[in-house]
Every structure is written in C-alpha cells, then in structure tokens.
Write a protein that binds this ligand. Structure first.
Ligand code: WTA
Length: 630
C-alpha cells in the first residue's frame, strides 16, 4: 500500500541540541515510555495529581470495552485548574492572553482579568437560564470573548459546542439542532483581510428550524454601524455582563460529566458530535501541553488554530491555560496586509513556541523566504505542526527558514476524537522529516492490517490505537452506535481512519485518510456532506466528490455532478452550484472544480466508487474494479 502513495523513505534524522532533552519535562523518551508501560494507571495518576480535584478520584480507570471511564468518583472543574489555581498563586498578574486584531489593536488579559471576565459571562449565562448540562453553541470569530465564552460555559457546567466561523447556515443548523443548544453566542461580524464579514444573519437563518434555541447573544464589534438587536430573541453581549457579579463559584463536575461537544465530519452526511469529558480530557491536554510543547513559565506560546477546531480547544484554550502559560491569539490572516504579518508578531511578542498547520507552512514557502527574513525570529525555541502530513520538503523549509536549523519541530498527529496529541517526536529526540514520530508515553498505537496484525516496516497499513487514554471521546452525541464503530472496525483496536507506514525504528508516517474524509487545508470535510449539499440544489440529480492532491492545501475538492433532465451544463450553473455550497455548508467546503458528467462509477450494489474517479483524475491505476457495475 505504501507504494501507492509514492512514499520516499529517507534515512536522514535531524538531532536537536542535547540541551532540549536535558531541560525538558519529559526527559528521556524511552525511559518515560517504559514507565508508562510498566504501570499505565500509576503513570496517569501521577499526572492527574498535579491538578486540583474537589474530591479525589478513587480509581484511575475502568475499561469496559469499548467504553472507558477515567478518574472514577473524582470531582473537579477545568476552569478552577485553568484560572483559580493561578490567580491564587504566583501567576495572578501574569499575562494569560495577548490578542491582536487586524487593525493592529491589542487586548491583553492577565490571569486575574481573564478570571473575572469568565465569571461575569458565566453569571450572565445563568441569568439567561443556562444551567449545568445545557448546551450552548458558540459561533464567533477569533476574539477573546470566544475563549471567555467557552470557559464561562465550563465554569457553570454547561456543555459548549463551538462551531467554526467558516461554516454556513445549513451546517450550523444541523450542529445547533444536533446538540439541542439552548443559547447561541455569536458576533455581528468577523474581520478578514480588511473587510468585515457579517455573521449574525447566518445565525438568524440557522435558528429558523432550531426549536431548542431560547436566546442568541450577540457581541457587537462594529461600533460605528451597530447591527440591530432583535430583543425578543437576542441579547447584547455587553448587556449580558453589565451589573453582574464578577464572582461565580465553579460548578462541581464529575470527572465523567461532558465538558463539550465538538462536531466533526463523518463518512455520512451528518456530522458527528464528539463528546469529551471534564476529568479525562483535562488530564490528557494538561499532560501533552506540558510534555509535548515543553511549556515553561517564561514561554510565549502561539497556536494559530481557531478555537472552533479541536486544536483550538486543546492547545489554544484548555492546555495552555492549565499550564498557566501566556498565549497569543489573533484574528489576522497570515498574509494580510502582507506575508510578513505573522513573523512580525513573533518578533513583537517574543513568541517562543509556534504551532501551526502544514498548509500555512506551504503557503509561506510559496511566498518566499524574504518575508520571514525581515523579522527577528530568534525568540523561537520550538515549532509545531498539526492537521495533515507535514511533508519532508515543508519540514525542511520550516526547520531552516523559521527555526534557523535550531528549533525542534513537533509534527503532532491526533484527532478531534483523541482530544490530545497521540503521535509525535518528543522534544529532544531525533526527528525524521515526513514522519510524525512515535506514540507518546501514555499511548499505544501501531500500523496494522485489517485483522489487527502489525505490518512490517515499510509496508502501509491502518493506523490504530489499542489502549484507552484519558482524553478519548466518550461517545458520539446521541449516537453511541457510531461511537462503537471506531472500536469495531479493526479487532481489538480503535480505528483512526488514517493510512500509515512505519520505518525500521518505529517512526510513523501518516499517509492520509482511508475513508471518505478529505483533509482540505487541514480541515476535515466529509465527501457525503458536500454531496448532499450539491444534491439539495434543484438542478442536481447525483454527485460524487473526491479529494485531489494540491501543493499548498494538501487536497482540494473536486465534484462530479449529474444534472436533472431539465437542466443543461453551463458555467453559470457551475457558479450557482458553488454559491449554493458556500451558503449551505460554508466557504471551507467549496469545491475548487465541478465537472458535469452523465454517469458515475458504481458498485453493483449502487455505491459510488470514488476511488475509481480519483484514479482516473490522477491518471493512475484504479486497482481492483471487479465490483464495478458495467
Ligand atoms: C489528519 C486535528 C498527518 C489525520 C487535530 C487525522 C494529520 C485528522 C496530522 C484529524 C499529522 C492531523 N499528520 N495527518 N500531524 N494531524 N492529521 O479531527 O487525517 O480535525 O485523522 O483533528 O487530520 O483531524 P481533526
């Protein structure tokens, strides 16, 4: 299988300066891994003891295949560990959050200030009738209030469901109704490349058939042209927190209570509501933020992800705040007003840890070295990547041009479902470009065939995980059958849905998805979701969607469309279909190419063979087509 992907297995390791390992939290990888293997529960117990529990758990885990429970009987609140703990200690006046806007404006919160704001919004939500267990949808741009709203929900035990601001009304509606959200928090606009893009009207459309929604909270940003607040349903964000107390006791949560739901694309049209827990998730992201990023108190940490994705949940918000770190957040795009924007921020804030996505790195490569070279990047000490494979060329460029041949690169493999990093090259260990690395201490993973038998080095197979871990998803919201599927595809394993190959040293290279997901610029898009959006247009009879390799985005979407009899192909119709996908699913799911066809390759049972379309598109052998219906 590896041959199909043209995998080049190089033998070139990059070895970081020994001081990285000597000074790291994790120390020697092999030793840490052995400690975990000898006593997995003891390993996680030692980590969990760093955090505050209102009531200590009496057991680390209960594994009842395929359901795990962690920190049984433990009571906690993640915001207590993210905020109170620091405010009561020496980090009270430490900067928690530096936010930068497109217009160069800055907002800075110390831990104490963030703590007060979170408690005010928490009390505001209580005023709206939100209580423990209620779902709150957050659909906001990357502003401090997005993070504050997430923490405010967690403070009172409400379950947040953050939806990325690039989703359209139909995608948003299915996520709101799926979670049964009582309140939606949004903003009037998001600023992007010098323009303001309205958000509120998308919410207005998305809640038309969403009967559970009782209130919409609107953050009004464009002060010179304020949008109208429809009082019967909507509340101004600032009114919500006016005259409320800045004190709000943390709700005492059971370790297994849900902390949040986050929707991710699945292989059917309906997205999956991945459910994470209060206790296990907290321990998993705390552990990885500390040991993978090796965060120290003097670090200035910048993860460029939007909190609307899991990377933002775990490594913009919860992980770094659990560590008491200083985080940088911006609404800026990397190439606006010019391609030097991010590098100036690195210099300006003295960023020491920089975590981004391969698609951004490849874009920077294309824009040229002169842009990063204009800024002083000497503050950087660690680089990271997530979301899709970091190909060897992009690794080498990132290492040389941004890291100045000095900074280790963490290519972190993980998923919405895993909650935390699972595979990477731990700090100080030799790095192999193109390979994410090994399972981190705490994780047991391998490359196996469909029967769960490990495949030899150099042979492709399925990436799979064999032991439960604290921050694993607990279920798929209202659909436990879909949860069970993860554990029932490959006997004895959690099947992650990625293809991978190992080298002789056990380093894992992730090759791409084995299912019907397409990773576009690091965002997972389900083929079925795009297909059903297309079919919902009056002119479309049938459609099939594939991912096509792209030098910058990793993949782009190509759609094949069969029209209904009374419609003829035209460029105008193509644009209409693109617009239709933009409005329903959102700009992130738009195909970059549409081709009108009269038939689609199908199996005799009527399933579309996307693999055959893809092979034809790329001019390669489609493989076994014995099931193809002539
Ligand atoms: C892909 C993002 C290769 C993979 C945290 C996975 C990666 C999916 C990497 C999860 C990586 C993520 N190397 N592929 N370092 N990181 N992926 O749920 O296909 O948005 O299954 O979580 O992204 O995407 P998700």
């Amino acid at each position: 299988m590896a041959e199909d992907f043209n995998v080049k297995l190089t033998d070139k390791y990059y070895t970081p300066d020994p001081s990285y390992r000597q000074n790291s939290w994790v120390g020697d990888y092999n030793k840490a891994y052995a400690e975990f293997k000898n006593d997995p529960d003891g390993f996680w117990d030692r980590i969990a003891r760093d955090l505050h529990w209102f009531t200590r758990y009496d057991k680390v885990k209960e594994w009842n295949f395929p359901h795990a429970r962690w920190f049984i009987g433990g009571k906690t609140n993640i915001t207590y560990n993210c905020l109170d703990r620091h405010v009561m200690g020496p980090r009270r006046n430490k900067v928690a959050l530096i936010w930068k806007g497109e217009d160069d404006s800055e907002r800075i919160y110390t831990y104490r200030q963030l703590y007060r704001e979170v408690m005010k919004v928490a009390n505001g939500l209580k005023k709206l009738g939100v209580s423990r267990g209620d779902r709150v949808c957050i659909y906001m741009p990357m502003v401090p209030e997005q993070i504050i709203s997430m923490l405010a929900c967690a403070r009172i035990g409400a379950v947040h469901s953050v939806v990325f601001g690039g989703f359209g009304a139909a995608a948003l509606n299915s996520r709101i109704t799926g979670a049964g959200a009582k309140v939606v928090i949004t903003a009037d606009v998001t600023f992007r490349r010098g323009k303001s893009i309205p958000l509120k009207h998308i919410i207005e459309e998305a809640i038309i058939n969403a009967p559970t929604v009782e209130h919409v909270v609107v953050l009004r940003r464009e002060l010179h042209q304020p949008v109208e607040i429809h009082r019967e349903m909507e509340t101004d964000f600032y009114d919500l927190i006016k005259d409320v107390s800045p004190d709000c006791e943390p709700e005492v949560m059971d370790a297994e209570d849900p902390l949040f739901i986050l929707y991710t694309s699945g292989s059917t049209g309906a997205p999956k509501g991945i459910v994470h827990s209060c206790g296990g998730y907290m321990v998993g992201v705390y552990y990885t933020t500390k040991n993978v990023f090796d965060i120290k108190d003097h670090d200035v940490y910048w993860c460029t992800a939007d909190p609307g994705w899991i990377t933002g949940h775990s490594y913009v918000v919860y992980g770094p705040l659990l560590m008491g770190a200083t985080i940088v957040v911006t609404e800026n795009t990397p190439d606006y007003p010019d391609p030097g924007a991010y590098w100036r921020m690195v210099e300006e804030f003295g960023v020491t840890i920089f975590y981004t996505a391969p698609t951004a790195i490849r874009m920077f490569m294309k824009l040229g070295e002169e842009w990063p070279d204009k800024s002083n990047l000497s503050s950087l000490r660690i680089l990271g990547s997530v979301g899709e494979p970091l190909n060897a060329e992009a690794f080498e460029w990132f290492y040389r041009v941004i890291g100045k041949n000095r900074c280790p690169i963490l290519d972190t493999w993980w998923q919405t479902e895993t909650g935390m990093h699972m595979i990477t090259t731990m700090i100080g260990e030799p790095m192999m470009p193109g390979f994410a690395g090994k399972p981190i201490p705490g994780v047991v993973a391998d490359v196996v065939d469909k029967d769960g038998k490990p495949v030899p080095p150099g042979t492709g197979g399925f990436l799979a995980i064999s032991e439960p871990w604290p921050s694993m998803l607990r279920t798929v919201y209202n659909d436990d059958e879909r949860y069970k599927k993860y554990w029932n595809t490959i006997p004895g394993f959690y099947a992650v849905g990625d293809l991978a190959v190992k080298n002789k040293d056990g380093y894992i290279m992730v090759l791409g998805r084995s299912d019907d997901l397409i990773v576009v610029a690091g965002h997972n898009i389900g083929t079925a979701e795009v297909e059903s959006a297309l079919v919902s247009h009056k002119s479309v009879a049938e459609s099939a969607v594939i991912g096509k390799p792209d030098a910058v985005k990793g993949n782009v979407i190509k759609a094949f469309v069969i029209l209904r009899n009374d419609h003829a192909p035209s460029d105008k119709l193509k644009n209409e279909l693109l617009y239709h996908v933009r409005i329903t699913l959102g700009p992130i799911a738009m195909p970059s190419e549409i081709e009108f066809v009269t038939t689609l390759p199908k199996t005799r049972s009527g399933k579309i063979m996307r693999r055959v379309l893809k092979a034809k598109e790329m001019g390669i052998d489609p493989g076994d087509i014995s099931t193809l219906d002539e």
